[in-house]
Design a protein around this ligand. Structure first.
Ligand code: AMP
Length: 285
C-alpha cells in the first residue's frame, strides 16, 4: 500500500497527533523528492528510531538561486511514493509552495558564519532558504528525531546548529553518504549528467580519496592536501572546479595544519550541473 499524501499542514498534523496519541515516536526525513537509495537509507534510519515516519517531498523555491534548477528539478512523485512504501513511511507531506509560503510571509532563519563558507558564496540565498524551510517543517511535523545526510555536510551542520541555538525539542541525526558502486555520491542531480559526464563525475570522490590516502601517509599540510585534490579534478574533461576546501569539521573554520577533525569538501560543475561531495579527515595520531 502506498503511504497517504498529506498536502495541507492540518492533514499532516492530524496524522502525527494520532500517532503520538497511540504512544508512537515520530521520525522525520525532509527531502526534495526524486528519491534514491541515499534517501531510502535516511528513511530506514528514521524507522529504526521511531514507530511513525513522516517524509516530506517539497522542492523548496527559496533555496534556489535565480539561475539555478528550480523549474527543471526532477519531480517523480509516483516513483517516490513507491520507494517510501518499500522502506516504511507512514505519511508523505507534499505541500505546494503556497501552503509553505502564503502571501505576506516575512520571517527567515539565518545561521550566521556557517552559511557563509563553502556553498555560501556560490549560492548566497541557499542556506537561508534551507534553514527557514526546515524550521517550518519541524514546527509542522514536530518530530522526535529528524535524519539528514552527510552528503550535504554544511547543511547538516547548519541544521544541528539551528536546533541547538533555538532549543528545538528533537534529535538531529546525520547518516553517512550513500554512494554508487564507483564511489559517486548519490544525488537527485546525477540524472542531469550525460553518460560521459557521469563517468567523469567520479573525479569528486577520487579527489577526496586522494586526500584520505595522503593523510594516511602522514600529510598534514592543508595547502598540500587541497592542491592534491585540485590536481585530480582540474584535468578531468568537462569538470570546472567551484571549490576545493578543507575546513574544521565543527565550525567550518580555515586551518593550515590537520591538527583536528576536518571536512574536505568539493563542488564541481559539469555543464550546468553542480555536484558536491565531502569526507571527514582525521589527523594522524
Ligand atoms: P535532497 O532531497 O537532495 O534535499 O536531500 C534530502 C536529504 O537526503 C538530505 O538530508 C540529504 O543530505 C540526504 N541525501 C541526499 N543524497 C544522499 C546520499 N547520497 N547519501 C546520504 N544522504 C543523502
Amino acid at each position: 500500500m502506498l503511504p497517504p499524501l498529506a498536502t495541507t499542514i492540518a492533514e499532516v498534523r492530524r496524522a502525527v497527533t494520532a500517532a503520538r496519541a497511540a504512544g508512537k515516536r515520530v521520525g522525520f526525513v525532509p527531502t526534495m523528492g526524486a528519491l534514491h537509495a541515499g534517501h531510502a537509507a535516511l528513511i530506514r534510519a528514521a524507522r529504526a528510531e521511531a514507530e511513525f515516519v513522516v517524509v516530506s517531498i517539497f522542492v523548496n523555491p527559496t533555496q534556489f538561486g535565480p539561475n539555478e534548477d528550480y523549474s527543471r528539478y526532477p519531480r517523480t512523485l509516483d516513483a517516490d511514493r513507491e520507494l517510501c512504501a518499500a522502506v516504511g513511511t507512514d505519511v508523505i507531506f507534499h505541500p505546494t509552495p503556497d501552503v509553505m509560503y502564503p502571501a505576506g510571509t516575512r520571517t527567515v532563519v539565518q545561521v550566521t558564519g556557517l552559511q557563509d563558507v563553502l556553498d555560501g558564496p556560490s549560492r548566497p540565498e541557499h542556506f537561508k532558504g534551507v534553514a527557514t524551510v526546515v524550521l517550518k517543517l519541524f514546527n509542522i511535523v514536530q518530530p522526535d528525531v529528524a535524519v539528514f545526510g552527510q552528503k550535504d555536510a554544511q547543511q547538516a551542520l547548519i541544521i544541528r546548529r539551528m536546533a541547538a541555538d533555538l532549543d528545538l525539542p528533537l534529535t538531529v541525526r546525520v547518516h553517512p553518504t550513500v554512494r554508487e558502486s564507483d564511489g559517486l555520491a548519490m544525488s537527485s542531480r546525477n540524472r542531469y549528467l550525460d553518460p560521459t559526464q557521469r563517468q567523469n563525475a567520479t573525479c569528486l570522490v577520487r579527489a577526496l580519496r586522494t586526500a584520505e590516502a595522503l593523510v594516511a601517509g602522514g600529510e598534514r599540510s592543508v595547502a598540500a592536501l587541497e592542491a592534491a585534490m585540485t590536481a585530480v579534478i582540474v584535468p578531468t574533461t568537462g569538470a570546472r572546479v567551484d571549490y576545493v576546501r578543507i575546513l574544521s569539521a565543527d565550525l567550518l573554520e580555515p586551518m593550515e595544519v590537520l591538527d583536528r577533525p576536518a571536512l574536505a569538501a568539493v563542488a564541481v560543475f559539469f555543464g550546468l550541473t553542480r555536484l558536491i561531495d565531502n569526507v571527514t579527515l582525521l589527523p594522524p595520531h
